[in-house]
Design a protein. Sequence first.
Length: 376
Amino acid sequence: MKKLPLLGGLTPQQFLQEYWHKKPLLIRQAIPGFKPLLAKEELVAMAARDDVESRLVTHFGSRWQLHKGPFAQLPPFHKKAWTTLIQGVNLHHDGANALMQQFRFIPDARLDDLMISYATDTGGVGPHFDSYDVFLLQAYGQRLWRIGPQKDLTLVEGLPVKILQNFKAEQEFLLEPGDMLYLPPHYAHDGIAVGECMTYSIGFRTPSFQELGEGFLQFMAESIELPGRYADPDLPVTSKPAEINNAMLSRVAETLRKIKFTDDDVAIFLGEYLSELKPTVFFDPPARSTSLSRFLQLADKRGVQLSRKTRMLYRGRHVFINGESFVAGGADRRPLVKLADRRQLAPEDVANASKDVRETLHAWHEDGWISLRKPG
């Protein structure tokens, strides 16, 4: 897919400086003449799969309901006021994946997925806010967006969906196919389908510090070493047998303070954490195994590319792929960094890579993490 304008004349740098994490931006005809990449029947088929995360939100008779997929059957298309949300479409469809790659002026460590929302007339998920930045691209039909910088984030109690209790819209926009709306985190919005419509949401990862902290402690638990065992050879007789005494508390605290971590520890944790895949993601290895020599023969002619599902990052000499990490220095690092940034390697890059890298590429190919580029 050729590079798209996307930002309505703004450069990525201007967008990041003026709007990112700060204020909304409506971009008329961000992608002129845009056509939906999947028909609604294809979305229904995806919603039936157990390796695809999907939800159904209905608002029949003024009653909100939420159901999680997979769905053997969805409501009929002629019935109003329902929405199906298909998460991670970029993992399963080349066109959706190519579209999401257009947003890589934002680092991969922040880019999450492309979700498709299909709604019948008046369908939506109610006024709400997201904790992450989002681009809302209208793919088909019309959707009316009502937005506002909501301060009161109180939710209606007792509902299966998170709906703002006191939503007040300050602006309204009717989006046509190709139009796109950017919203920063916690900016309240309510999207209502005007007739049948599809909206593509490009969302970003914003893990909470609590989540990161818990994950880091689990990560560090595998690497800390505290030799020895608690001992108290000078233990006095106690008149308070149930009390934890000061000496015990001090010794344990002193030992725990020996636990240290470095920037390298944080980098390795973050790379593994951010490249880790969701539990619903599975790879399809090649139907037939390819020997190392045959693979290299083909890769030297065609090059390789990352699978749609593969997440690959790097930091310094550390390379991360699908939750795993390893150190790559010198000549080994160059082709791997290029693969991560470009998500593909040209034939000459494969041919010039070291023996270790070439063997690693073969192993990833056998796991389904990379594939040979298509001829031509």
